[in-house]
Structure formats: structure tokens, C-alpha cells
Design a protein around this ligand. Structure first.
Ligand SMILES: C[S@@+](CC[C@H](N)C(=O)[O-])C[C@H]1O[C@@H](n2cnc3c(N)ncnc32)[C@H](O)[C@@H]1O
Length: 110
């Protein structure tokens, strides 16, 4: 975290942090400025130093979630859902959204 702070902004997700609803616009602005964001999520006990080193301590509500759930909600808010259906030009398999069945298009290898 100390090293990363020389070139970007550290966001630590914690149920004790400030509301994501209040802070997400300013965090999104960091990306617009072209800076990188390091998202820190805990596993076991999170050391006190993490809270102090983070530029933002952000809560996804004040109830505990799994770390993956907290990260998923954070990323979805940050990118406003726009990354969910992003096209990857070099993808080997593409899933076509369908109401009733699985539709998959495979790209032939070159
Ligand atoms: C299950 S929690 C473990 C917490 C850890 N035992 C501690 O002492 O802080 C795992 C991680 O999920 C994330 N997390 C859980 N609930 C959250 C919430 N409401 N808001 C933001 N992040 C959360 C945090 O990064 C947390 O460190």
C-alpha cells in the first residue's frame, strides 16, 4: 500500500468506513484523472495500519458481507454496470444473451 500510494489512490473496503453512496462520485473522479486505484479487502483480522494508510475507508452498508460480495458491489458502483457486457475483441468464446437457451459463439483459432 505504501508503495502504491506514490502513483495511485488506495480504497479499503470495510463495514466501518464511510458510505459508498456519499463517496463513489469522488472515487470515480480519480479514474477520470487517469490515476490507478488499489482496492484493499480483508480476510482475517485487518490491521489498524490498513485504515490509516488507506486514502478512503469505504463501507458497502454497515452489515458484514463476504469479501467478494463487497468487491463486486464496489466495482459495479464504480463502473456503473457498464463493464458487465463489455466486448472483448480477442475473446475465444462469446455468450449471446438469450431469453430461453444458451447461445455461444466460438471464434475459430487463427
Ligand atoms: C468477512 S470480512 C472479514 C473482516 C475481518 N475479520 C476484520 O477483522 O475486519 C472480509 C472483508 O470483506 C469486506 N467487507 C465485508 N463487509 C463489508 C462492508 N459492509 N463494507 C465494505 N467492505 C466489507 C472487508 O474488506 C472485510 O475486510
Amino acid at each position: 500500500m505504501k508503495d502504491f500510494k506514490k502513483r495511485g489512490v488506495v480504497v479499503h473496503l470495510t463495514m466501518y468506513g464511510e458510505s459508498i453512496n456519499e463517496k463513489i462520485d469522488s472515487i470515480r473522479e480519480i479514474l477520470r484523472e487517469g490515476k490507478d486505484i488499489l482496492v484493499v479487502i480483508g480476510g482475517e483480522k485487518v490491521p489498524k495500519e490498513t485504515y490509516e494508510l488507506a486514502d478512503y475507508n469505504i463501507s458497502i452498508g454497515n452489515q458484514p458481507h463476504s469479501e467478494i460480495a463487497a468487491l463486486a458491489v464496489f466495482l459495479d458502483r464504480l463502473f456503473e454496470g457498464k463493464t458487465l457486457y463489455r466486448d472483448y475483441p480477442d475473446a475465444k468464446i462469446r455468450v449471446i444473451p438469450s431469453e430461453k437457451k444458451k447461445v455461444v459463439v466460438r471464434r475459430d483459432s487463427p
